[in-house]
Design a protein around this ligand. Structure first.
Ligand code: BTN
Length: 250
C-alpha cells in the first residue's frame, strides 16, 4: 500500500480535509497538519491541536480496504489504528516511571498510567462515507504540545512524560511502518494484538451510551464491541464512552 503525504501548516481539521478530498475521488493519502484550528474528537468533542502535536488523517478506499483486509469488518480500521499507535508510542516511553505504563483504553484511546492516574496520550477518530466509498482514520498524538489547563488531569504528552522534545515526523514515519505491517494481518491477529495491549480488558468499567450507563467487568472485546459481566447478567455494548472505575467505586 502506497500512501502519499500532504503536509499543511494549518487546517481546520485533517479529518474534514480528507473527507473533502475523498469526495473529490482522492485515495491513499495522509494529511498531516502542524496546527488544527477546529480539531474534532469522538462524540463531537474538541481536540486541542496546538503546534507541537502530531495531527494526521489517512484517507483509504473502502472497497480496497475490504478486499485487502479480506473481510467486511469496517470496524477493524479502529483496531488497526489503535494497535499501530500503541506500538509506535510504546517505543518512546523509556523513563523508569513510564516504561510499561502505556495501553489501549476502549474503544481507541492510548493512555498511560502514571502515579496511579490514567491520562490520554492519543485519540483516534475514524469516519466512513459509504456513498463515495472511502474511510478516514484520524489520529491525534500529544507530542510536544502544551496540555491545556482544562484537560491537565486527563491528558498528557510525550514531552511531559519523558522531559524532552520529540521529532514529530520520526513518530509519523514509525506509525506509517507499523500501520503498513499491521494492514495485512487478518482479523484475528489484529484483535489479538489489540487485546494484548488493552488496559480495559478485565477492568471494572462504566460504559456510557446515548441511552444508558452500564457498569460491569469487561470479559471480552471484539469487532462488535465490549462485553461486560454486570449484576443483571451479560451485556454487550457496541458503541459508548468507557470509564475505568476503581474497585472501591462500585
Ligand atoms: C478522540 O479521542 O476523541 C479522537 C481524537 C482524534 C483527533 C484527531 S487529530 C487528527 C484528526 N483530525 C481531527 O479533527 N481529529 C483527528
Amino acid at each position: 500500500m502506497e500512501l502519499d503525504i500532504i503536509h499543511l501548516k494549518e487546517i481546520d481539521s485533517t479529518n474534514k480535509y480528507c473527507y473533502k478530498l475523498g469526495k473529490d475521488g482522492k485515495r491513499n493519502l495522509i494529511v498531516v497538519s502542524d496546527v488544527q484550528t477546529g480539531g474534532v474528537g469522538r462524540l463531537e468533542r474538541k481536540w486541542y491541536s496546538d503546534f507541537g502535536g502530531l495531527y494526521f488523517s489517512i484517507l483509504l478506499d473502502l472497497e480496497e480496504f475490504k478486499k485487502e483486509c479480506k473481510n467486511d469488518n469496517i470496524g477493524k480500521l479502529n483496531f488497526l489504528g489503535s494497535l499501530s499507535t500503541y506500538e509506535t508510542l510504546n517505543c518512546y516511553l523509556k523513563d523508569f516511571k513510564t516504561v510499561g505504563c502505556i495501553g489501549i483504553k476502549f474503544p481507541n484511546d492510548i493512555i498511560v498510567n502514571v502515579e496511579n492516574k490514567d491520562k490520554k496520550l492519543s485519540g483516534i477518530l475514524s469516519e466512513i462515507n459509504i456513498n463515495y466509498g472511502f474511510l478516514v482514520l484520524g489520529i491525534g498524538i500529544n507530542v510536544n504540545n502544551k496540555i491545556h489547563d482544562e484537560i491537565k488531569d486527563i491528558a498528557t504528552s510525550l514531552k511531559e512524560l519523558e522531559g524532552k522534545e520529540f521529532d514529530r515526523f520520526k513518530i509519523l514515519n514509525k506509525f506509517i511502518d507499523n500501520f503498513k505491517n499491521n494492514y495485512y494481518l487478518n482479523d484475528d491477529e489484529v484483535l489479538k494484538g489489540y487485546k494484548k495491549y488493552s488496559k480495559t480488558m478485565g477492568k471494572y468499567v462504566k460504559v456510557i451510551t446515548p441511552k444508558e450507563e452500564i457498569k460491569g467487568t469487561v470479559f471480552d472485546i471484539d469487532y462488535n464491541g465490549i462485553h461486560l459481566a454486570t449484576s443483571d447478567g451479560i451485556k454487550h455494548i457496541s458503541v459508548g464512552d468507557c470509564v475505568h472505575l476503581r474497585k472501591d467505586k462500585r
